[in-house]
Design a protein around this ligand. Structure first.
Ligand SMILES: [Zn+2]
Ligand SMILES: [Zn+2]
Length: 193
């Protein structure tokens, strides 16, 4: 079956590790729940690299209207320390606590009017919970403004640019910035102290 007007999202496989079929749970009374373990490979982003799988435990609870998705997922992204410029793995935690609403009525199969709550997380037409957008947003929101490799990262030496965290280092007298050197030669040798 091909339908070019379908969104890319609809073409994703049901075996996608961030898509969960919840038909069974929707058939149960409110209060019923399932605990699921999420384990998914990194997503691809335009300007971001995820360095670890997405993992965590979620509880899906049947509510009167849909499903409550509750739990915490963890992963990591590649960042650069804003002081020493070292590449670091930045841990990311995604806390989910959201109600997912159906897009078609479970008993009648009729489409639900989603205009009342256009921003709500929606189950797919096939009674699936698709968490990719939630995870993607959670990762993007957790990107730090000025990440540090450690709280007290001393940064770089302002003279030579060496990482100060790697220990003390000396600057010999002749270790002079070449721009200063050319200034000195312009002024002549007697400008030396
Ligand atoms: Zn650092
Ligand atoms: Zn230095």
């Amino acid at each position: 079956m091909t339908n070019t007007t379908k969104r890319a999202q609809d073409n994703r496989s049901a075996a996608d590790p961030l898509i969960f079929n919840v038909t069974g749970l929707l058939a149960e009374p409110a209060g019923s729940f399932r605990d699921i373990f999420v384990s998914a490979p990194p997503l691809s982003f335009e300007d971001l690299v995820q360095t670890r799988d997405i993992e965590g435990d979620l509880r899906l609870t049947r509510t009167n209207r849909g499903l409550l998705v509750h739990g915490r997922l963890k992963t990591a992204i590649r960042q650069t320390c804003s002081r020493c410029l070292r590449e670091i793995d930045w841990p990311v935690q995604i806390d989910l606590n959201e109600e997912a609403l159906p897009s078609i009525d479970f008993t009648s199969g009729a489409p639900v009017d989603i205009s009342d709550e256009p921003d709500a997380l929606r189950l797919t037409d096939h009674h699936e919970l698709d968490l990719e957008e939630e995870v993607r947003d959670g990762i993007l929101l957790s990107e730090p403004i000025a990440p540090l490799c450690r709280k007290d990262c001393p940064g770089l030496c302002i003279v030579c640019g060496q990482e100060l965290a790697s220990g003390p280092h000396a600057h010999p007298d002749d270790d002079i910035d070449p721009r200063l050197e050319s200034l000195r030669s312009l002024l002549g040798d007697d400008s030396r102290p």
